[in-house]
Write a protein that binds this ligand. Structure first.
Ligand code: HEM
Length: 142
């Protein structure tokens, strides 16, 4: 049985040996520190925005921020482990609209922009998150 530390070490070895020095988006952004800041800023925006706030009234912000941080890190090529649900299971019952999804992407872009991340990079992050649209958006009313 491998423990988490060993799993991470093995993952790092694969990256070192096979991925080489091609920098992941995670590293280009500045790693864990930048992602934490982006998620904190993003969460403030999305949980107070008139289009999206209603979805966040009953959630526990600390738990969701933690899951968002690790999800984003893994999605951008970072070494973290995401331990939350699949995107389909987490969002399936929430009847999320296209408008809410677009607002969320804009909140991410604004958070990156506010931290001085170049638009060339936040555009790539958005493109990656945009590929989740079909799974996350389940209300086809708007
Ligand atoms: C690319 C888009 C998105 C990503 C990457 C994402 C990511 C996540 C993650 C990682 C979780 C945690 C899952 C867990 O706790 O097991 C989550 C939960 C949640 N997301 Fe999203 N999300 C996205 C879009 C949206 C949108 C557009 C909304 C609504 C406006 C939304 C509302 C929520 C809510 C309310 C929860 C908490 C659900 C619960 O605790 O039952 N998400 N999301």
């Amino acid at each position: 049985m491998h423990n988490n530390k060993e799993i991470l070490r093995n993952n790092e070895e694969i990256r070192r040996l096979l991925v080489g020095d091609k920098m992941s988006l995670y590293d280009q952004l500045g790693g864990e520190g930048t992602i934490s800041q982006v998620v904190a800023d993003f969460y403030d925006r999305v949980s107070t925005h008139e289009v999206t706030s209603k979805w966040f009234v009953k959630v526990d912000p600390d738990t969701l921020r933690h899951h968002l941080r690790t999800y984003l890190a893994v999605a951008l090529g970072g070494p973290e482990l995401y331990s939350g649900r699949s995107m389909r299971n987490a969002h399936g019952p929430l009847k999320i609209t296209t408008e809410a999804f677009d607002t969320m992407l804009r909140c991410f872009a604004e958070a990156f922009d506010g931290l001085g991340v170049p638009a060339t990079m936040s555009t790539q992050v958005n493109a990656r998150l945009n590929s989740l649209r079909a799974v996350v958006v389940t209300s086809h009313r708007a």
